[in-house]
Design a protein around this ligand. Structure first.
Ligand SMILES: NC(=O)C1=CN([C@@H]2O[C@H](COP(=O)(O)OP(=O)(O)OC[C@H]3O[C@@H](n4cnc5c(N)ncnc54)[C@H](OP(=O)(O)O)[C@@H]3O)[C@@H](O)[C@H]2O)C=CC1
Ligand SMILES: Cc1cn([C@H]2C[C@H](O)[C@@H](COP(=O)(O)OP(=O)(O)O[C@H]3O[C@@H](C)C(=O)[C@@H](O)[C@H]3O)O2)c(=O)[nH]c1=O
Ligand SMILES: [Mg+2]
Length: 298
């Protein structure tokens, strides 16, 4: 199955390119370095050139704070662009895999969100991603939208790399302990997508295999809990680690509001696709092995 992956050098795109199975000598996953989601002609060109049998959208505008002052760009990439790519897939009659976020929820529910729980983003990034979900499903009913959260990997920008950096620079690091969720490793998400993809090829639009799914790592924690695990792993690998303090959201003002409780119930993807949430602590350990070592922090 030839798969076109939008997302340039993003965390998920890199893992997908690495993990989608190869078909004999043919790499089945194709990058789309020239594909710009804000440029409809470039989408058409990339899709035509790749002649894919499925498309995965791993491209997004992910700068949560900056989105507050770049609303138009966030919507152009995350909503309009995602919809255009899904439409290109629909025109070819092929399935579309899209990735969304816990930030489509307000975070005041007090329990993990089910896939059909009412959304209500509290920031521009989340609003743009919610608009993207709707655009994708409207454009191509043979779409799967996977909402995930707190994505990390050895590549690109993420919370682990931020903590390792500030942990080297400072004696004390303060992290919010009142925002709940679950880290997700791009490699685990890519593995799940690679397993799901083949089953979508022949499925009709009304099939339960399409629609909205949740997939994060397990167990739930807070950003502070995640930071503690990161520093514990860093210390075990010989890195100098800071004192970690628990603070509240009020102590850490940011341009964008973030959900206090963005935990996602991942039941549907287990029932329909047989995908179980991966233990992020094991994945963190592998990620730290890749990152920590002589000259290894990029
Ligand atoms: N990171 C996270 O914590 C979370 C991410 N998600 C979602 O998961 C998906 C993958 O995220 P992740 O891999 O972490 O994201 P990254 O930010 O690591 O990568 C996103 C990629 O999209 C590319 N991109 C941005 N604008 C455009 C554009 N106009 N056209 C084409 N490509 C573009 C970026 O390229 P460039 O850098 O060159 O602009 C970058 O390579 C996204 O849909 C994201 O919303 C969901 C929950 C959490
Ligand atoms: C760096 C830092 C952050 N924080 C807080 C801010 C924030 O509430 C939380 C995480 O910080 P980040 O900036 O990494 O979080 P953020 O960029 O909001 O991460 C989000 O990205 C988007 C793309 C998603 O889709 C979400 O699932 C989520 O992963 O930790 C501290 O408390 N102390 C610190 O030193
Ligand atoms: Mg961020």
């Amino acid at each position: 199955m030839r798969v076109l992956i939008a997302g340039r050098t993003g965390q998920l795109a890199i893992e997908l390119l690495d993990r989608l199975p190869r078909d004999g000598h043919q790499p089945v996953a194709q990058e789309a370095p020239e594909l710009d989601l804000t440029d409809p002609a470039s989408i058409a060109r990339a899709v035509e050139a790749a002649a894919p049998e499925a498309i995965i959208n791993a491209a997004a505008y992910t700068a949560v704070d900056k989105a507050e002052s770049q609303r138009d760009l966030a919507f152009a990439v995350n909503a309009t662009g995602a919809g255009l790519l899904a439409e290109a897939a629909a025109r070819r009659g092929i399935p579309f895999v899209h990735v969304s976020t816990d930030y489509v929820f307000p975070g005041d529910g007090g329990a993990p969100y089910a896939e059909d729980a009412p959304t209500g983003p509290i920031g521009v990034y989340g609003e743009s991603k919610l608009a993207g979900e709707k655009a994708v499903i409207a454009a191509n009913p043979r779409s799967i939208v996977i909402r995930t959260a707190w994505v990390c990997s050895p590549h690109g920008h993420n919370f682990i790399k931020t903590m390792l950096r500030v942990g080297q620079e400072r004696e004390t690091v303060s992290v919010v302990a009142d925002q709940h969720g679950a880290p997700t490793f791009a490699a685990d998400l890519a593995d799940a997508i690679a397993r799901i993809l083949p089953s979508l090829a022949a499925a009709p639009a009304s099939d339960e295999r399409f629609g909205v799914f949740h997939l994060t790592g397990t167990p739930h924690t807070t950003w502070h809990g995640f930071a503690a695990a990161i520093f514990e792993g860093a210390a075990a690998r010989g890195l100098k680690t800071p004192e970690l303090r628990a603070i509240t959201t009020a102590d850490y003002p940011t341009p964008a509001r973030r959900p206090a409780d963005g935990r996602l119930d991942c039941g549907r993807i287990a029932r329909v696709h047989g995908i179980q949430a991966a233990d992020w602590r094991a994945s963190l350990s592998r990620c730290l092995d890749a990152l920590i070592g002589p000259e290894k922090i990029r």
